[in-house]
Design a protein around this ligand. Structure first.
Ligand code: ZN
Ligand code: ZN
Length: 409
């Protein structure tokens, strides 16, 4: 199969599996400028599937960098609120949302962490109304990746750029099931396997998960009325979508006040252009009270200070160490891929979707059952072939879920 065919298949998977696009729906897409060949194919598949209108907003790494180099220091609290309000309006009116990721993971590594943090904070705040439609699944949405040269160079630094890009594409195609005889059918089978896992965990009703491994002894209390999610999801508009392509995780909402112990990261976290490695934190009553990192510690501390919920957990996810992305042995420096190589936790905002009955609950009730609130949501990996996971019942009995990183249920 040649590259063009594979790229076209990825575009088809984005529209049919990722969005599950319904005829007559609008599509709002965001993408790096370099992803143009892919966004054109997606646009064609979207119109073939009956899209009423496809609107794409392009971003450019070099233009972002220009802001950090030449922008006035006092301007870093500015965000395009007008644009995000428009997006929120589009989602409120039923548009589907497709995001193409692939920006340079180390773009802002050399920039002033203070400016980076202020810019991110302003952006997150302005984006919140649009984000709410997405994370609460008012609409069908999906995110997938494009192998940009800057990203490829970071993942495969020792080979010529052209080879690096080709290798990254191969990894994206394999992880996205594009190489299978019928990618859409392969996704249906994969979604069915994830559904079985979710059903098992939902029936168990654990009150906590316990992670043990090198530098880790962490008890993550689960939110009251928590529900496990993963793979395809039915949005509230009735459309079944796959929010992440690829995806291997099952995940739920921890209790923001009930996390105790120490945990060490097992993979580097690439956050808005900074690489944070060797994270070690200690939790007390749900909050991080000690945090160190081998690299990027200043940025990590800034992240934790974003707001009151930034030092608490909003997600816990289980991924076997044998997942195809983990087996590839590649460090992608991209959460969309790396989070599917290992069990992980996320700092910040919880998914309301993982609370049973969230549709009719007030903000206070959601907080009451343990759903964390924050402007951020940042996943980082805590699983590996050396980490065991137990499910702990309300009466305190532990049951093995994962041993040496693999499911034992
Ligand atoms: Zn996750
Ligand atoms: Zn997450």
């Amino acid at each position: 199969m040649d590259f063009e065919t594979k790229l076209d298949r990825l575009a088809e998977v984005a529209v049919k599996v990722g969005l599950g696009l319904r005829a007559g729906q609008e599509v709002v897409m965001t993408a790096p400028l370099e992803a143009l060949p892919l966004t054109r194919l997606i646009t064609r598949h979207a119109y073939k599937a009956g899209a009423s209108l496809v609107t794409t907003f392009y971003g450019d790494d070099q233009s972002t960098l220009a802001r950090f180099e030449y922008g006035a220091p006092e301007s870093f609290d500015t965000a395009p609120a007008w644009l995000f309000e428009g997006m929120a309006k589009a989602y409120g009116d039923g548009a589907a949302r497709l995001a193409i990721a692939g920006d340079d993971p180390a773009l802002l590594a050399a920039q002033d962490p203070e400016k980076v943090s202020r810019a991110n904070r302003a952006r997150s705040k302005a984006y919140l109304p649009a984000l709410k439609h997405i994370v609460d699944f008012h609409i069908n949405w999906s995110i997938l990746s494009f192998a940009s040269p800057s990203w490829a160079k970071m993942v495969f630094p020792d080979v010529p750029l052209e080879t690096a890009v080709a290798k990254l594409w191969d990894a994206i195609f394999a992880a996205s099931r594009i190489d299978e005889a019928d990618p859409v059918a392969a996704w249906n089978a994969h979604n069915a396997r994830l559904r079985d896992r979710k059903t098992f965990l939902n029936e168990r009703r654990y009150s906590a998960l316990r992670f043990r491994g090198p530098g880790t002894d962490l008890t993550v209390g689960l939110a009251d009325r928590h529900e496990w999610a993963g793979g395809s999801e039915a949005a509230r508009n009735g459309i079944v979508c796959n929010p992440n392509i690829p995806t291997e995780e099952v995940f739920t909402t921890p209790h923001a006040q009930r996390v105790e112990g120490r945990v060490t990261s097992t993979k580097p976290l690439s956050y808005q252009g900074t690489l944070i490695q060797g994270i070690a934190v200690r939790f007390e009553a749900g909050r991080i009270v000690e945090a160190t990192a081998r690299t990027g510690e200043t940025v990590l501390h800034k992240v934790l200070e974003t707001d009151a919920g930034a030092a608490r957990l909003g997600e816990v996810a289980l991924v076997p160490n044998s997942s195809p992305i983990s087996r590839s042995g590649i460090l992608f420096y991209n959460t969309l891929f790396d989070e599917n190589a290992a069990s992980h936790i996320a700092l910040g905002q919880a998914y309301n979707k993982c609370i049973t009955g969230f549709e009719t609950m007030s903000e206070e009730e959601l907080v009451e059952v343990g759903a964390n609130r924050s402007l951020i949501h940042i996943d980082w990996m805590i699983g590996s072939g050396e980490v065991d996971v137990d499910g702990v019942s309300a009466s305190g009995e532990a049951e093995g879920l994962m041993r040496a990183g693999e499911w034992v249920i």
